[in-house]
Write a protein that binds this ligand. Structure first.
Ligand code: FAD
Length: 310
């Protein structure tokens, strides 16, 4: 069995692997797609000590650092089920989609999350070419430009307030008849001079030309009239979904599906730890996921050295 088995190979899983492997114990990583979300990222400009890089380069560097140690990387392997230990200190099982079950003395879950798409024409075509999902990551790329935020919940309204300080103009598009964000955020948003809010507005298309976004079409759900907003960027803020469906019923999840962890990355299942975007830890960012992965690995090691001698 593995001493530490990591499920997920994004920044959290890679950091956990490096930290665990450096303890000289047996470490494995099972990942559906090693690298995780950074594979889909263009510019990364907020990973501390790295002025600028791009996603594929960052993912390759993650993998190279993990491979520098004796880590068993099982790429293209999806976990379908977690089997808690039968007794305290027993082995935890991770069942893979291919039918095999891996056994480990401790498991770190770092399966990440995915942004919910609006599924309108133009979204896929212009991803990273004007269509963005993370204001902390991509906001500064739109300095002085016009953008729209789709979604009027807390994340959408927070994003609009954040972006309004950077870009020239923000148009917030909400499908429902009112913004669902906290009242204090909504009044802050309404006080900003360079923000326009449309409620009852259904996004129908993200338009573009020459490989770049140039507008957003929405339908007024009351009048039925279609409008075109000329702009350079669209931030989709309709939810981040943790990749934790396979854990339902085994590990405690929040109402958003995030794995509930304490300050040391413990889940409610003995010997099972979690880190990164799949957890309740706030702010979904690479530097945070990496830090949490390191922390979970140290917690797993702490757990292992406390096991009675067999
Ligand atoms: P992820 O990167 O999501 O990795 C999850 C891993 O788990 C993957 O290997 C995945 O294949 C695997 N996995 C999932 N389910 C299973 C399963 N059942 N079994 C096995 N493996 C599984 N952050 C920044 O800090 N700066 C940026 O500039 C930035 N730009 C971004 C741009 C885009 C387009 C996106 C989508 C995100 C961006 N982010 C950025 C956010 C950042 O990518 C995430 O916060 C970070 O990748 C989270 O790391 P993670 O390891 O927790 O999860």
């Amino acid at each position: 069995p593995f001493d530490v088995l990591i499920v997920g190979g994004g920044p959290a899983g890679a950091a956990a692997a490096v930290y665990a492997a450096r303890k000289g114990i047996r470490v494995g990583v099972a990942a559906e797609r090693f690298g995780g979300q950074v594979n889909d990222t263009m510019a990364i400009e907020n990973y501390i000590s790295v002025l600028e890089t791009d996603g594929p380069k960052f993912a390759a560097a993650l993998e190279a650092q993990v491979r520098h140690y004796e880590v068993d990387i099982m790429n293209l392997q999806r976990a379908d089920k977690l089997i808690p230990a039968a007794q305290p200190g027993g082995l935890v099982g991770v069942q893979l989609a291919n039918g095999a079950t891996l056994q480990a003395r401790s498991v770190i879950l770092s399966t990440g999350a995915r942004w919910r798409n609006v599924n309108v024409p133009g979204e896929q075509e212009y991803k990273n070419k004007g269509v963005a999902y993370c204001p902390h990551c991509d906001g500064p790329l739109f300095k002085g430009k016009r953008v729209s935020v789709i979604g009027g919940g807390n994340s959408g309204v927070e994003a609009a307030i954040d972006l309004a300080g950077i870009v020239q103009h923000v148009t917030l598009i909400e499908f429902a008849d009112q913004l669902k964000a906290d009242a204090v955020l909504v009044s802050k948003l309404k006080s900003l001079p360079n923000v326009t809010i449309h409620v009852n507005a259904q996004t129908t298309e993200i338009t573009g030309a020459d490989g770049k976004v140039n507008g957003l079409k929405y339908k007024d759900r009351v009048s039925g009239v279609e409008h075109l907003v000329p702009l350079e960027g669209v931030f989709v803020q309709i939810g981040l979904v943790p990749n934790t469906e396979f854990l339902k019923g085994t590990v405690e999840l929040s109402r958003f599906g995030e794995i509930v962890v304490d300050a040391k990355g413990h889940t409610n299942v003995e010997g099972v730890f979690a880190a990164g975007d799949c957890t309740t830890v706030p702010y979904k960012q690479i530097v945070i996921a990496a830090g949490e992965g390191a922390k979970a690995a140290l917690s797993a090691f702490d757990h292992l050295i406390r096991q009675p001698v067999a």
